[in-house]
Structures are given as C-alpha cells and as structure tokens.
Write a protein of this length. Structure first.
Ligand code: AHR
Length: 497
C-alpha cells in the first residue's frame, strides 16, 4: 500500500502547548499509596517516594499533573491533607468507596512534583464544597505570607508559595455519579463565582470549567452552552473527558476511534465559539482534555472490589499492543487541534489506567502505552504543521473513510528538525510512505523508529516490548521514502538544511 505526506511550511496549525503532554494522579486505588508513595519500601527516597516511578515519570517528560481527582475531589476536604501526619483524619472516600488515610497530601504532592520535574494542575471540590474552600486553597497555595492560610502553609513547612497556575473548578459535575452533581445552571453559576473569587486571590491563575465527561452524555452540548453562558468571562478553558475500549474485540474499528475524539473536540470548539459570538466577546475559550485514555480492561475486576480498603487494586488496566496504537492515534488527534487544545492529561499516570505500573516489590514497569506517549511527549514539541496526506481508507462498524495512515508533523525551530509520527492502521499490509519536503530541505534522518511486530493482545508484563529502529528508508533533499510495517506506530526525526 502506498501513501503520501507533504509538509507545508507556510500553514502551521499552532505551536504545541507542552501541557498537552500532561497526566493525572488521583487518590484512587494504588495511584498514590503503593504508586508514587511507598514509604516502607527499599526503593523509597527520604520522602517516601518511589524512585523507580520518578525515573519513569521523568522519561515520559510530563509537564503538568492534575491532582487530587477526579471523582475523589468532589468529597475531599483539602485541609485534612496538610499539617502533622499523625493529626490527619482517616476519611471515607465515597467516590471510590475506599479509606483515605491522608498520609499523602498537598505538601507531599508538591514535593513529589518538583522531584518528577512537573507542575501541578489543582482541582477544587465543587461537589460537597465550593467558593469558600476553593478561595482558601488558592490563598494557602499561592499567597506569599501574612494571612491565615498562607501562614498556615508556612507553619506546615513551605515558606515559599507553591504558585500553582492551572486550576480545575471541580470535576465532571455533569455526571450523576458525581458527589454533589448539579444541573448545568447550578454548576455554571457556582463555577463562575468560584473562579472569580479564586482569581481575586491570585489574578495570575487560569481556570478550567467542567464540560462533559463524554460526548454520549444526554446533556452533552446543552451542558457546555449553559455553563459557558454563566461562566464565560471568568474562566479560561472548558474541559472534556474521553475514554475508549475494545469491548467488541474489533481491532479495525478500535483503531479508528481517533475519529470519535476528533469529532468530540470539533464539537466542543464549535460550542465555545457559538457562545463567544452570542456574547459578542473577544475572548476565546480553549480546551482542556484533562482525562483521556483507554479504560475497559479492569471493569469486571473492579465490579468485584470489596469496599473500604486502603489503596485497593482498582482500574488496573493491563494494556496491550493495540491499545498503544490507539493511544498514538489519540495523541496525533490532540496535536491536530493544537490551536485549541492547550491542556490534555493522560488519565492516569501510575497503577490506575496508567502507563506506569508498580509491583509488590516496588519495581516500576512500562505498559505498552508508555512507548508512544514517551515519544510524542519528548519529540512532539514545536509547531504542528497542517497534515496534507493522501492514503487509502477503510470503513468499519462505527466509522467511514478512515485513512490507513494517521500522521502528523511537528517543526522544531530550535533544533531545526521535523518530526513525523505515523500510524499504519492496516492490520495486513505494510505501507510505503512517501514524504515530500515541500519548501523544507531535508538534511539527514536523525532517528527512524517503529513499534511493530507484536500481537494485538500482547502486553508488556514481561518487560520485553521495545521501540525498534527502522532502517527501511531512502532520503534525498526533497523526499523521504520509508516503509511502515502493518499495524505499526512510527516516528521519524529529520534534520533540516
Ligand atoms: O480517571 C478515573 C475517573 O474517570 C475520574 O475519577 C473521573 O473524573 C472519571 O470519570
């Protein structure tokens, strides 16, 4: 099979906001306890953080991590998680029906984030709480000193403010499962006033208002319109969440699901812009896809979970090769919308629907989805070029005209390179991809890699999966011909003249 990709130097989509390579740590299952925090373990550092996990998080190069939830945050009192550990209360976590010991809290997370080279995206509780707790939390985190909450932070050991810049005003408030679930009007009003008060404490922060937890929610569309009608002037981003599964065991259809994400994102952009027009506003609301991933492998096991455990095994999806291919495609989809999607969080980071897992011995290992995420996060930085591609397409159960080639090119001006990420969706055929330099001039191929040759259901529990070299290419100043294996994830980094 043949396909073409032409690089267009003059019509970039946008610069990539590095925050699209964000992730998420929720107090859920073994994400925190037995995940990033294992104080009794030989792999733990002086703060009780698992050093193997920190190394892998650094390898992923995650610039921002959303915390502390998720559904958890809608019943969370942040004050429980600060101060001397022996005074912190054990609470019922109603979202995941677990016991929360609060032995890991706000200060521990900030310390961990520093060590993992990342920043915090903090979520506030809009379920059981609201404006008052949120404004106090901003004061605690960001106000220098001389007030009740800022001085309480200092007493608790953090002289300098945490300076958290990105804040979620609640989590999935559209969902009936959410503690304190609200109608769009109730939430929109509360979010507007809460965000306003948070920004009065620190005008440098940006806030994300809750959109829909999935496009198939009955309120999708009307929820966004109503919430933005209420909160447009006081928020900066609208969230969207999306998870995928291959319950029907139809790989061709599964690998086409990037189209669903593409449609979801386009729909949300259209809604944001319709409210902008209706309000005669000059302000643009951008998108925060602050939960996305594959999530379905663990559903049956989770249904049998016994409530009220500490750090139970929950949402522990073991990912296979086809999941990694889809994750690659979802990353390409996010980059295609780099002009409007400014934040995206792979949900989640450790043990809970995660690229990194820990075992009982505290060893950390990479899931299949680790590999495409690591490549795009490290090399997908710069300016996204508009994809001009020609490829045969196929139709599947839910989608029509899905090109076998899914690709994106990113120009890195500082390094003078173009990086191309490409998925060959064909399960049977290799692909001869012809890349036309357009008005660029190619110099050398710095690196060409492929993630290929694995069975669709193969997992990486034995640690043997790896990214391999692809040396099947020919380069001239104006063209690159490269062969992509069937069902493969590919990256080519080309230095330019
Ligand atoms: O990421 C797992 C859960 O999925 C989050 O807690 C919630 O926001 C979503 O429904």
């Amino acid at each position: 099979m043949k396909a073409n990709l032409t690089l267009d130097k003059y019509a970039p989509i946008s610069k990539v906001d590095p925050r699209v390579y964000g992730s998420f740590i929720e107090h859920l299952g073994r994400a925190v306890y037995d995940g990033i925090y294992q104080p009794d373990h030989p792999n733990a550092d002086e703060d009780g953080f698992n050093k193997n996990v920190i190394d892998l998080v650094k390898e992923l190069n995650v610039p921002i991590v959303r915390y502390p939830g998720g559904n958890f945050v809608s019943g969370f009192n942040w004050e429980d998680s600060v101060g001397p550990k022996e005074n912190r209360p054990r609470r019922l976590d109603l979202a995941w029906r677990s016991i929360e010991t609060n032995q890991f809290g706000l200060h521990e997370f900030e310390k961990w984030a520093k060590k993992a080279n990342t920043n915090t995206m903090m979520a506030v509780n809009m379920g059981t709480r609201g404006i008052d707790a949120a404004r106090h939390l901003v004061e605690y985190c960001n106000f220098p000193k001389g007030t009740a909450y800022s001085d309480w932070r200092r007493q608790n050991g953090a002289e300098e403010p945490f300076n958290i810049k990105t804040w979620c005003v609640g989590n999935e408030m559209n969902g009936p499962w959410q503690i304190g679930h609200k109608t769009a009007t109730e939430y929109g009003r509360a979010a507007n006033e809460t965000s306003k008060a948070m920004k009065l404490v620190d005008e440098s922060i940006e806030t994300v208002v809750c959109g829909s937890s999935a496009p198939d929610m009955p309120t999708f569309g009307s929820w966004e319109s109503t919430v933005l009608d209420e909160a447009y002037d006081n928020v900066d981003y609208l969230s969207l969440h999306r998870y995928y599964g291959n319950q029907e065991n139809d790989t061709a259809n599964y690998l086409a699901k990037g189209k669903d994400l593409d449609d979801f994102i386009s729909g949300v952009i259209a809604i944001c812009d319709s409210i902008k027009a209706r309000k005669h506003s000059n302000k643009q609301i951008n998108l925060s896809l602050d939960e996305w991933n594959v999530w379905y492998h663990s559903n049956d096991a989770d249904a049998k979970n016994k409530p009220w455990q500490i750090a139970p095994h929950l949402l522990e999806d073991i990912y296979n090769f086809e999941d990694a291919l889809l994750v690659g495609s979802l990353l390409i989809t996010i980059l295609k919308h780099a002009d409007r999607v400014k934040i995206a969080c792979l949900a989640q980071l450790v043990n809970v629907i995660a690229p990194i897992m820990t075992d009982e011995d505290g060893n950390a290992w990479k899931q299949s989805i680790f590999f495409p995420f690591m490549q795009v996060s490290n090399y997908g930085r710069g300016t996204v070029l508009t994809p001009i591609q020609k490829a045969a397409s196929y139709s599947s159960k839910d989608f029509e005209n899905i090109p076998y080639l899914d690709s994106i090119a990113i120009l890195n001006d500082e390094e003078n390179t173009v990086t191309i990420f490409a998925l060959n969706r064909s399960l049977e055929d290799g692909m001869k991809l012809h890349i036309n330099a357009g008005d660029f001039e190619f110099n050398t191929v710095k690196e060409a890699t492929q993630f290929a040759g694995y069975g669709m259901k193969q997992t990486n529990e034995d640690g043997k999966m790896k990214i391999a070299k692809n040396d099947k290419f020919d380069l001239t100043q104006k063209e690159l011909d490269i062969t992509l294996a069937p069902a493969s994830w590919n990256m080519v980094r080309i230095s330019l003249k």
